[in-house]
Design a protein around this ligand. Structure first.
Ligand code: TEU
Length: 553
């Protein structure tokens, strides 16, 4: 394969460090905890870890609000721990992708403290300020603000500052070349340590028109419109190209992925078209912003998103394939079925999808053992700034709080953040102390240790999947063709490379489902299936949540 690259062939595993493994009993996951689980990661067969932020932070948004880009958060350990982690990962041939959050910083970052101290401070223009004598600034919607207002008034200099996310996450002003230089220095600092790349947080939002034209009315509370408007600032690609020249081009083996990639496949392509010299992988949200549960939005719409993107990316560019992350509820609770009857089988089916689709597969920690939504009853159980502030806002407006909490049981991103369930001991073996966020009480049944012993477990199936993917150039590079488009129950497709074909059949329902491929499945051999016993393939039927990877002759 002429354009082979390690990040096209890699399986990426996302670690949410706060919830992965606590080594010192303070209830918060840490770097030493991760080090103690590196052999587990190795046993999965994964190639790279994307580590959510571990930098110094007051944790308004769990590290996505950075107060010092070159220091490690004390709760997580020290720089020496980090250096050891990197060394131990590389020893095991696991690469490390860091999360770089540079659309905004923490309001406790030295830059912001300086910036807000006076209008003529040299850091003033590191952020966006609107002097109050000009009147109220043109409205900007905020993701996490209690009033959905991205402008916050600050009396020190009688001005408003911009924050697309929480009030403690002021947006960095990328129009300022000194700020951009600081960011490039920071990235170079980490790359010089030997890390293997970056996931660029909220990166589609970095460029802003600082004349702040009126916002289109449709934008409010409409994710798609917000991404369309905020995700395509006037100098976005100019900045990314500069970053490529100043940093990425000097580290040609490092991978780069933008979180968010505009509002269409064509927009996403602009981030990663090799001729444009910007980034390596696109990571778009259409397939997760599609709705709350697959039974509501339906499989056909879901298939269409993947086909539409694949069509644009079939000749060049590269996509990320994922079904969950730390901003999403649990994969099985959204796209599968997390009842005891179907949890394991549908988890396996979903991972089969991720591992057989074209693009680099990502697994969010815990999905490989089939962890499910915790479904908190009380707002006090939530730590997440997004959920808490939306609750507050609703409360202030006299909204239906009960309905809100009910909805969050299905949709809150905190469902994906509960501590990793390692074994059946107290707190799922995550910590010997009091966990920062409740552990799902089902850890007694759902945990890694129990699954180690069971050859048919979700975990052991996941390992087989990774092996299958890694051994197959067809699954990595093969062309994707969707079959049986109108089938609302079965996702069927072929991957094809140099005349060799693999057929993938996925039943997304809890019932037997039939399919019509337009050809017979007689001449197929099974590569991997998620049921332990023989399939009903001869009758063109799949069992509930069945998945099959077949060689097609
Ligand atoms: O998320 C940014 C972001 O754009 C998402 O909230 C996105 O809109 C959503 O996932 C689509 O469904 C990043 C981080 O991943 C998130 O954890 C942070 O809270 C946020 O940036 C602010 O740093």
């Amino acid at each position: 394969i002429s354009d082979a690259k390690w990040w096209k062939e890699a399986v990426i595993y996302q670690i949410y460090p706060r919830s992965f493994k606590d080594s010192d009993g303070d209830g918060i996951g840490d770097i030493k905890g991760i080090i103690s689980k590196l052999d587990y990661l190795k046993s999965l067969g994964i190639d790279a870890v994307w580590l959510s932020p571990i930098y110094d932070s007051p944790n308004d948004d769990n590290g996505y609000d950075i107060s010092n880009y070159k220091e490690i958060l004390k709760d997580f350990g020290t720089m020496a721990d980090f250096d050891l982690l990197l060394k131990e990962m590389h020893k095991r041939n696991i690469k490390l992708i860091m999360d770089m959050v540079v659309n905004h910083s923490s309001d406790e970052h030295e830059w912001f403290k300086q910036s807000k101290s006076s209008r003529d401070n040299k850091y003033r223009d590191y952020y966006y300020w609107w002097p109050a004598e000009k009147g109220t600034p043109p409205y900007r919607w905020s993701f996490f603000d209690v009033n959905s207002n991205a402008w916050k008034y600050d009396a020190t200099t009688n001005a408003y500052y911009l924050h697309y996310f929480s009030q403690k996450q002021p947006d960095l002003n990328w129009n300022n070349p000194s700020l951009r230089k600081e960011i490039y220095d920071t990235m170079t600092f980490w790359l010089n340590k030997g890390i293997d790349g970056f996931r660029m947080d909220a990166f589609q939002f970095i460029s802003k028109d600082d004349s702040f034209p009126e916002l289109p009315k449709e934008i409010v509370n409409n994710t798609f419109e917000i991404i369309k408007f905020y995700g395509n600032g006037p100098k976005l690609h100019e900045h990314i190209q500069e970053m490529n020249r100043e940093v990425l081009s000097k580290f040609p083996n490092a991978m780069s992925v933008s979180e968010g990639a505009g509002d269409s496949p064509e927009a996403a392509m602009k981030f990663v078209d090799p001729d444009r010299k910007e980034l390596n992988l696109a990571y778009h949200f259409e397939s997760v912003d599609i709705g709350n549960h697959i039974s509501e939005f339906g499989l056909i719409k879901y298939k269409d998103i993947f086909s539409r993107y694949d069509e644009v990316f079939k000749e060049k560019g590269w996509l990320s394939i994922f079904v969950s992350n730390h901003d999403q509820p649990r994969m099985v609770s959204k796209f599968g079925n997390d009842t005891p009857q179907f949890r394991a089988i549908s988890s396996k089916m979903l991972s089969t999808f991720v591992m057989t689709m074209r693009g680099t597969p990502y697994n969010f920690n815990g999905d490989e053992i089939g962890m499910v939504n915790i479904r908190f009853d009380n707002i006090e159980d939530y730590n997440d700034v997004d959920t808490r502030n939306k609750y507050e806002q609703l409360k202030n407006g006299g909204g239906d709080l009960k309905a809100f909490l009910e909805n969050k049981k299905q949709t809150s991103r905190e469902n994906g953040r509960t501590p990793f369930q390692w074994d059946a001991t107290a707190n799922g073996g995550f910590t010997s102390g009091k966990p920062w966020l409740k552990v799902n009480p089902n850890y007694a049944e759902i945990n890694a240790a129990a699954q180690e012993k069971d050859p048919n477990s979700v975990l052991n199936y996941y390992r087989k999947l990774v092996k299958t993917r890694k051994a197959s150039p067809i699954l990595k590079y093969g062309k994707f063709t969707l079959l049986d488009h109108d089938n609302p129950n079965v996702f069927a497709y072929i991957r094809e490379l140099e005349g060799k074909k693999v057929l993938i059949l996925l039943n997304f329902t809890g019932k037997e489902a039939s399919f019509d491929l337009g050809f017979s499945t007689k001449h197929t051999t099974l590569i991997l299936g998620n049921y332990p016993n023989k399939s009903l393939l001869t009758s063109n039927t799949l069992r509930p949540y069945e998945s099959l990877i077949l060689e097609l002759k």
